[in-house]
Design a protein around this ligand. Structure first.
Ligand code: TEU
Ligand code: CA
Length: 559
């Protein structure tokens, strides 16, 4: 297994709109981020993944780009960005930017040209089709954000495809001229010195020729025709040949619907495509047949079976990314832990999982001190287009009770992750001196970075210890993963092995007190306690029949 910086790195994701506001307009910005680099250095992270900061009308908070080569006005200037990059590199950290090229904004110059005439040289930068024989949309696909994936455009009397919002028209990757535009833009940023790209829904850029409908219904999910499509590997290999292979960088592809077998093709080291992927399988353990808003209880077996499959599946080919939250997902301590009764314990246990499995761990802003989901009283407090569309469809149009609709938003809405970063107990958690673009979570008075830094037994210091452990011991990065206790309902336990060194990880996933039974083959007599989520563990304690405390996590080196 070849060594690489991106295998050994811990990545920290910043959602700039909500991270730190430096000028009091209530919107996070680049100078705000620059003022917090010492905090990130203190935490010990190696790479910063910056969600999009390019010019955008913010229909989807920057994931709708209107100029790929300039900085969003609210976030600052190109000079601010260059100073930020200098600050990041000056502290020995790296910067990974967000590449959003499955679609652009409808306010991008390319699209303005494309929609102006069927004869525009930019027409085929996007995917235009006439109405079908019934005078309806060209096919029956629905968008990720609800409703048809097609928008009728008066100017030329045709529809354009948008897998996401109406203001995010899909780029036409079948067009080699468009692909070259993208590669030139990537080169522009790489020549400025960035250290890699996180690639937004990059496995959606190849669609089935003919864009066929699915079944006979008026509307249906068409994912089989736009996820992992027929030319996806050709396009990624071309991107790698034309751009990526020329730089010492890190790439992670966001891949809704990708399986382990497909991930092996995307990340196999001899494939010439990407370093790793964000897979989504584990992000649906609490979703029913109705999708993410159809919230169901999850089980450890359900979560562990998926994580285990990915650990084993990519053991020899490819590489895992490890995450339980990001700007699209609810806060992990609320979703998979117990933010009310065992806030600190469950946050630490989940952190231990992410930082001792095999793969590159990703920390989402605020996770490092246990930021939680939020429950705003009114839909008017919410900002995310996906949530607002869902509220309109489910409650207004379909008549679902508001309480049921809001319950789904409380559990799965993306704004759970987008409330302002909670720096301290001052108004709005010290994020802004103005009115934030989205309300702060009222619990900033007790859950904030300053409080966590001042508490030696805090979640923040536990993350610091986990990150330091990874730096000190190659076994965490390169050690072979092996599951033990495959059937336990409450305990997830596994070993990591490297060159004869053996570590044991035991995680009590719930608030009970199950007994951990050490398998015979691991009953070594000597062991060293490497880290534990409770600070009063007796390192010499016999672990052959060990009663674990609520959400207790322990990591031992067995010798
Ligand atoms: O997300 C893609 C994606 O699949 C998400 O929309 C996810 O399925 C959904 O949000 C789950 O609630 C990427 C970006 O991360 C997201 O922020 C953008 O909205 C989307 O692409 C379009 O660019
Ligand atoms: Ca600002």
């Amino acid at each position: 297994m070849k060594k690489a910086f991106w295998k050994e790195a811990v990545v920290y994701q910043i959602y700039p709109r909500s991270f730190m506001d430096s000028n009091g307009d209530g919107i996070g910005d680049l100078q705000g981020i620059a003022s917090k680099l010492d905090y990130l250095k203190e935490l010990g992270v190696d790479v910063i993944w910056l969600s999009p900061v390019f010019k955008s009308p913010n229909d989807d908070n920057g994931y709708d780009i209107s100029d790929y080569r300039d900085i969003m006005d609210e976030f600052g200037t190109m000079a601010d960005w260059e100073q930020l990059l200098e600050g990041i590199h000056g502290r020995g950290m790296k910067l990974m930017m967000d590449l959003v090229v499955n679609h652009s904004s409808d306010e991008h110059a390319w699209f303005m040209e494309s929609r102006s005439s069927k004869d525009s040289p930019y027409r085929d930068y996007y995917i235009w089709r006439p109405a079908n024989e019934k005078g309806e949309e060209p096919n029956n696909w629905v968008s990720f954000f609800g409703g048809s994936a097609w928008q009728y455009d008066e100017a030329t009397g045709e529809y354009f495809l948008h897998l996401f919002s109406k203001k995010q028209p899909d780029l036409n990757w079948e067009n080699p001229t468009l692909r070259k535009e993208v590669y030139d833009m990537m080169t522009f940023w790489l020549d400025k010195g960035i250290d890699g790209f996180r690639m937004d829904v990059i496995n959606c850029i190849s669609k089935t020729p003919g864009l066929p409908s699915v079944g006979e219904d008026r509307y249906a999910w068409g994912g089989e025709h736009f996820m992992n499509g027929p030319r996806i590997h050709e396009f990624l290999q071309e991107m790698n040949r034309e751009v990526l292979s020329k730089y010492d960088i890190m790439t992670v592809g966001e891949m809704p619907g990708a399986t382990v077998d497909q991930a092996k093709l995307y990340t196999g080291e001899d494939r010439g495509e990407l370093n790793m992927v964000f897979q989504f399988e584990h992000m649906d353990v609490d979703s029913g047949p109705g999708g993410k808003w159809d919230v169901r209880p999850w089980t450890l077996k359900g979560l562990r079976d998926i994580l285990h499959k990915w650990q084993v599946g990519l053991e020899h080919t490819g590489w895992n990314s490890l995450y339980l939250n990001n700007h699209d997902q609810p806060r992990m301590v609320s979703r998979f832990g117990d933010a009310e009764r065992y806030h600190k314990e469950s946050a630490k246990m989940l952190a231990t999982l992410l930082h001792t499995l095999k793969g590159t761990p990703y920390i989402y802003q605020g996770e490092e001190f246990g930021m939680t989901n939020v429950k705003f009283p009114s839909i008017n407090d919410y900002r995310d287009i996906e949530t607002l569309n869902m509220y309109r469809e489910h409650h207004i149009e379909q008549g679902k009770p508001e309480a049921q609709t809001m319950a789904s938003i409380y559990a799965k809405g993306r704004d759970n992750a987008r409330t302002p970063m909670q720096w301290d107990a001052s108004p709005n958690g010290g994020f802004t001196t103005g009115t934030p673009w989205i309300a702060s979570n009222p619990n900033y008075v007790t859950i904030n970075a300053e409080q966590s830094i001042n508490d030696p037994d805090s979640i923040f210091h536990y993350y610091k210890k986990l990150i330091a452990l990874r730096k000190q011991h190659a076994i965490i990065t390169y050690g072979r993963y092996e599951l033990i206790l495959p059937e336990h309902d409450e305990i997830y336990a596994y070993t990591r092995e490297l060159d004869g060194e053996l570590w044991l990880v035991m995680l009590n996933f719930f608030g009970g007190e199950p007994v951990f039974e050490l398998p015979e083959h691991l009953a070594h007599n000597a062991r060293e306690l490497m880290i534990s989520s409770y600070d009063d563990v007796d390192a010499a304690q016999d672990i052959r029949h060990l009663k674990l405390r609520p959400y207790e996590a322990r990591v031992y080196k067995l010798t």
